[in-house]
Design a protein around this ligand. Structure first.
Ligand code: C2E
Ligand code: MG
Ligand code: MG
Ligand code: MG
Length: 285
């Protein structure tokens, strides 16, 4: 009986695996098609300065509205794109499109673009970056590159070279999701980031944990000493916003301040940014 069960389990497992593999293959084919046919879209999420209470820029977040599946979350297709190398054309498209759109905003607004380590390997990234700036006419210091800490980053001289080249051009470089990797501190020693983005998990837990408040404060102080600014990610409540202000965080981003939105919905906010008057920081939607 046990043997029988074991075999059935095994068969089930194989079937599930088979389905998963087919599904993955199908999604890869569709993603390749989506990249080639301009079916991806960028949503922009506002980033606020806690010093001036104004929008300082927007983070570009890629969206894929699959014709049959609907919105596929980046957490599902970015890893797939990384595994297959499709992240290179995808990332190039996002960078070009984000720069092109940002060039039309008031010129104190920055645009932040996420990069995967794989885009920075080899020697292809420099020309892609120079091309994106040249084609769009975007001033280099209005572009920020967000790189997530990852084992790849620190081990690769190629990646460090690519980031140094970006800095030489005047582009800003941020460390995304700070605190979630194993070696955040070693990264800070190896590369002069302009900004640290404190991961949402730390920010969120500040609401109920004094330890988290202490950790976030320590990160902010550390960043200050290293002449870096800090953006808190995932700010969902007014309370968190006030706490972050109190402990000296310089910038914030999150649903309380504004959700990622399609370009078609940005007009009012961009217009309001144009006269540089401080915007009331109020709950979005
Ligand atoms: P990330 O760069 O850390 O981006 C922040 C994520 O948190 C975004 O998810 C954003 O929608 C979400 N978020 C913002 N505010 C809040 C909040 O208050 N509460 C909560 N719960 N979530 C919030 P999204 O758009 O699903 O993107 C997920 C991740 O996918 C990004 O994390 C980034 O690592 C990656 N990603 C997105 N677009 C790109 C891209 O163009 N290229 C690459 N390489 N990665 C990308
Ligand atoms: Mg990011
Ligand atoms: Mg992040
Ligand atoms: Mg992330």
């Amino acid at each position: 009986q046990a043997k029988e069960d074991g075999r059935n389990t095994h068969r089930f497992f194989e079937t599930d695996m088979g389905t998963a593999v087919n599904e993955r293959r199908e999604l890869i084919t569709d993603l390749r098609h989506a990249i080639a046919n301009d079916e991806l879209e960028i949503y922009f999420q506002p980033q606020y300065s806690l010093e001036s209470h104004t929008v300082s820029g927007f983070e570009a977040l890629v969206r894929w509205d699959h014709p049959k599946r609907g919105m596929v979350p980046p957490m599902e297709f970015i890893p797939l794109a990384e595994d297959t190398g499709l992240i290179v054309p995808l990332g190039e498209w996002v960078l070009n499109e984000a720069c092109r759109l940002a060039a039309g905003w008031p010129d104190h607004l920055r645009v932040a673009v996420n990069l995967s380590p794989r885009q920075l390997r080899g020697h292809g990234f420099g020309p892609v970056l120079i091309g994106a700036l040249a084609k769009s006419g975007l001033r280099a210091d209005r572009l920020e590159l967000e790189v997530t800490e990852s084992v790849l980053l620190i081990e690769s001289e190629e990646i460090l070279d690519a980031l140094h080249q970006a800095k030489t051009l005047g582009v800003k470089v941020s460390m995304d999701d700070f605190g979630t990797g194993y070696s955040s501190l070693s990264y800070l020693r190896r590369f002069p980031f302009d900004k640290i983005k404190i991961d949402q998990s730390f920010v969120r837990s500040m609401a109920y944990s004094d330890e988290s408040v202490s950790i976030v404060k320590a990160v902010i102080d550390l960043a200050k000493n290293l002449k870096m600014t800090t953006t808190a990610e995932g700010v969902e409540t007014e309370l968190l916003l006030e706490m972050l202000k109190d402990i000296g965080c310089t910038d914030a981003q999150g649903y309380f301040l504004g959700h990622p939105m399609p370009v078609s919905q940005m007009q009012d906010l961009i217009y309001a940014c144009g006269d540089k008057a401080p915007l009331a920081v109020t709950a979005a939607q």
